[in-house]
Design a binder for this molecule. Structure first.
Ligand SMILES: [Zn+2]
Length: 655
C-alpha cells in the first residue's frame, strides 16, 4: 500500500511567508483572458506573441473547474469538449509563456459543475429554500459548505499543481452567490450542510434574507475553504501565489472595476483607486490585483466600455501600488478592439518605466476607515464614497483600511470614520491621534451622552461661529437631509441644528424657522488627542448632492484637526493625487479625471502650471510621462515645484 508522504503544511506555509513572492517584488502587468470552452484549441504561439508584443508579464488564464484546458484524470472534473484529443492547451500556453518570461496564473471556477456530478453527489450542491438546485445553462451551483468545494476541489488542484509549474492560481465566484448571471435572485443556500452549520453557529434557522449573522456565516464558511486551498497551493508550489477576492489566506487580493447597465447612478470614477488603495492598505504585505473589466455588462461581454475609462482604471491601479491589469472575454482576437488598443500603449509605457511600479507603498498620513467584512456589517457605501471623494478633491493623500490591524503598526495623523467608529479609536486618540467621525451612528468610543436619534431630518445646520468655519463666510445655513443624532453639548458656539419648518406656499417659507443649541459638531479631547464628531451623514450627503458648503465644512474641520498637510496645491479638484514611497524616493502620482461626465468618459482636458508643495526636502524632482527635470525650492519643510502640464497621467519622482 502506498501511503501519502508525511508533510507539515503549517511549517511550510509559515516559512514561505517570510520571503516575498514575485507579486510583491516585481512590477506586474496582468492580462486576463476569460476563456470560453470553445477556445480550448487556441494557437498558443499566437496568443503569447500578442502578450509579449504588449509587454504583459502575467497571463491570468483559464485552467480548470467548469472546464479544464488540459487532460485531467480526477473524477468529477472534465476537460473542455473542444479540447482536441491528445492536446494539452494549458501546458502549451504555460510553456510558451515561460519561454518569453511571462508568468501564468491559472484560473479555476468551482462554483458550478455538470449534472453528472449532481446526480452522483447531490449533497455537494446549493439548494434553494424549496430544496431545488440552482441550474444555469445546464450547470449546477455547488455550495461552499459541500464536499465539492471542501474535498473534491483540493484533489483537482493537487493534480493541477503537480503537473504544471504555474506562478499562481486564481478563483472566480468564490462562495455562494445569491443571484445568477442573469440577475435572478436564487436566495440563500438551504442544503443540509448549511443548515447544520448555521444552527451550530447561531442556534436558529437560515433566514430568508441575508442579515449580519448570515453574512458572518458566509464569511467564516468561505474563509475555511480559502485556507485549505491556500495550504494546497503553498505546499505543492511554494513559489506560486494565491489570488482570490478575499483578504484572508491569500497572497494577492483580487477586485474588479466593472460596469453594469442598470447600476444606480452616479458612476464611481474612483473605482480602481478605491479597490487598490483599500486592498494595499488593509493588507500591506499583499498585492492588489484590480481586474479592469473591458465589457459593459454580462449580456454584452463583447461590447467595450470607453477607452478613457479603461485608461483611467489603469493609471489608478498603478498610482495606488497595484498591478496593471486588463481583462477580456475569449482570446485577444476581439470583435471590439477599442479597449485593447487603449491598453496596449499603456502596458508598453509601464513596462518601459517599471522601476517606479515595483515595491510601492502608500506614504499617506490620513486613514479612511472602511468596514471589516468579518464583522458581517452592511457597508454604508455612499457615506464612505462621499468622504473618499472629498479627500481626493482636497488633494489629501489617504489610505483606506478595512481592518484595525494598522493600530500600533502604522502611524496616521488623522483617522476618518464614515459610518462605524470602532472602540479601538479611543486608544489611538489617547496617544495623540486625531479622529473625525461623520456619522449619525453612535461611536463605540464615549463622546457624549446621546439624547435622541432621528432617521430622517429635512432641516439645516446654522453656522453660529464663522471664525471656526472661515470657508463658510458666505454661508449661514447647511442642508441636512437624513439621519441626525442629538448629542449632549452646546452648538450655539459652532454649528447648530435648525429643525424642519414650513416649506410652502412661498408666503410661508420658513417663517416659523427656529434655532436650537443642538450641536451639528462636537469636539472632545481624549488623552493627548482630539476627536470631532459630526453626528450626521456628511459623506452620504456630499455623495448625493456635492454641495460646496459641505465640502467647505469638511475642509475647515480637517484643517483644525490636521493643519500640516502632506500636499498643498492649486490643482483642480479633478486631479487625483497619490503620495507613495519606494525604498529611496517618493512618488507623486497625478491622474486627470476631467474626462468623466455623466455616463461618459472622454480624453481628459489638459491642465497647466500646477503648483505643488510636498512635505519633506528633496534635491530633485522630475516628471516621467512627459520627461522633464523640474526646478525645486524648499520652504518651511516643504518642497515646492510646478508641473508644467498634465494630460492623462503624470508621475513626479522626488529624490
Ligand atoms: Zn449550502
Amino acid at each position: 500500500m502506498i501511503r501519502a508522504k508525511i508533510v507539515l503544511p503549517f511549517l511550510l506555509v509559515t516559512c514561505m511567508s517570510a520571503q516575498q513572492g514575485w507579486w510583491m517584488t516585481e512590477a506586474s502587468r496582468w492580462v486576463q483572458t476569460n476563456l470560453r470552452q470553445t477556445d480550448a484549441s487556441l494557437d498558443s504561439k499566437h496568443l503569447v506573441g500578442q502578450l509579449a508584443d504588449m509587454r504583459a508579464n502575467v497571463l491570468l488564464f483559464g485552467m480548470g473547474g467548469i472546464a479544464a484546458y488540459y487532460p485531467t484524470r480526477v473524477p468529477f472534473h472534465y476537460p473542455s469538449p473542444d479540447l482536441p484529443p491528445g492536446r494539452d492547451m494549458f501546458g502549451d500556453v504555460l510553456h510558451e509563456s515561460h519561454q518569453r518570461s511571462i508568468r501564468v496564473v491559472g484560473r479555476f471556477d468551482f462554483s458550478k459543475t455538470r449534472r453528472e456530478v449532481y446526480d452522483a453527489h447531490p449533497e455537494w450542491f446549493f439548494r434553494k429554500a424549496n430544496g431545488d438546485p440552482v441550474i444555469y445553462n445546464g450547470l449546477y451551483s455547488t455550495c461552499i459548505n459541500g464536499g465539492y468545494y471542501r474535498d473534491q476541489a483540493l484533489k483537482i488542484l493537487t493534480e493541477a499543481l503537480e503537473n504544471y509549474d504555474v506562478d499562481g492560481l486564481f478563483f472566480n465566484m468564490f462562495g455562494n452567490q445569491s443571484r445568477d448571471y442573469s440577475g435572478h435572485e436564487v436566495g440563500l443556500c438551504h442544503c443540509d450542510n448549511c443548515r447544520r452549520r448555521y444552527a451550530a453557529m447561531f442556534h436558529k434557522p437560515i433566514p430568508d434574507q441575508p442579515d449580519d449573522d448570515y453574512r458572518r456565516f458566509m464569511f467564516v464558511s468561505s474563509r475555511e475553504v480559502a485556507a485549505s486551498i491556500g495550504d494546497v497551493i503553498h505546499l505543492k508550489r511554494p513559489k506560486a501565489g494565491y489570488f482570490n477576492y478575499i483578504q484572508e489566506s491569500t497572497d494577492g487580493i483580487m477586485s474588479e472595476s466593472n460596469t453594469a447597465i442598470d447600476r444606480p447612478l452616479p458612476m464611481w470614477p474612483y473605482s480602481a483607486s478605491d479597490n487598490v488603495n483599500r486592498a494595499r492598505n488593509s493588507e500591506p504585505g499583499k498585492m492588489a490585483v484590480n481586474l479592469n473589466m473591458q465589457f459593459v455588462d454580462y449580456s454584452w461581454r463583447f461590447a467595450t466600455v470607453p477607452g478613457p475609462e479603461i485608461a483611467l482604471r489603469m493609471w489608478q491601479n498603478l498610482a495606488n501600488g497595484g498591478a496593471l491589469t486588463f481583462e477580456v472575454n475569449g482570446t485577444l482576437d476581439l470583435q471590439d478592439r477599442q479597449a485593447l488598443e487603449t491598453a496596449r500603449p499603456i502596458f508598453r509605457w509601464a513596462a518601459a518605466n517599471q522601476q517606479y511600479y515595483a515595491g510601492e507603498q502608500s506614504a499617506a498620513r490620513v486613514l479612511l476607515l472602511g468596514t471589516p467584512s468579518a464583522s458581517g456589517r452592511a457597508f454604508a457605501q455612499n457615506s464612505y464614497r462621499g468622504l473618499f471623494r472629498l479627500l481626493s478633491q482636497e488633494h489629501i493623500p489617504f489610505a483606506v483600511s478595512d481592518n484595525m490591524n494598522w493600530l500600533g503598526k502604522r502611524e496616521f495623523d488623522l483617522v476618518i470614520a464614515s459610518d462605524w467608529a470602532p472602540a479601538e479609536l479611543k486608544q489611538y486618540a489617547e496617544k495623540g491621534g486625531h479622529v473625525l467621525i461623520a456619522s449619525a451612528r453612535e461611536p463605540e468610543l464615549q463622546l457624549g451622552h446621546v439624547i435622541s436619534q432621528s432617521k430622517d431630518v429635512k432641516g439645516y445646520f446654522r453656522v453660529r461661529n464663522h471664525a471656526m468655519f472661515p470657508s463658510l463666510k458666505d454661508t449661514d445655513l447647511l442642508l441636512l437631509d437624513g439621519p441626525y443624532t442629538e448629542v449632549e453639548g452646546d452648538g450655539s458656539q459652532s454649528l447648530s441644528l435648525v429643525p424642519p419648518s414650513m416649506i410652502g406656499p412661498p408666503e410661508f417659507i420658513h417663517i416659523d424657522m427656529q434655532n436650537t443649541n443642538k450641536p451639528g459638531i462636537v469636539y472632545k479631547e481624549l488623552g493627548r488627542g482630539q476627536v470631532a464628531w459630526l453626528p450626521w451623514d456628511l459623506g452620504g450627503l456630499y455623495y448625493r448632492v456635492s454641495l460646496p458648503a459641505h465640502a467647505a465644512l469638511f475642509h475647515d474641520v480637517v484643517e483644525r484637526l490636521y493643519p500640516r498637510r502632506q500636499i498643498i496645491t492649486n490643482a483642480h479638484p479633478l486631479v487625483e493625487m497619490s503620495w507613495m514611497q519606494q525604498a529611496n524616493r517618493r512618488l507623486l502620482h497625478l491622474i486627470n479625471l476631467s474626462g468623466h461626465s455623466q455616463t461618459g468618459y472622454f480624453a481628459p482636458l489638459k491642465m497647466n502650471a500646477m503648483r505643488i508643495e510636498v512635505e519633506g526636502r528633496f534635491k530633485s524632482a522630475r516628471t516621467v510621462r512627459e520627461p522633464r527635470q523640474l526646478a525645486v525650492q524648499s520652504h518651511d519643510g516643504y518642497t515646492v515645484l510646478t508641473v508644467p502640464e498634465l494630460s492623462d497621467y503624470e508621475l513626479v519622482v522626488l529624490e
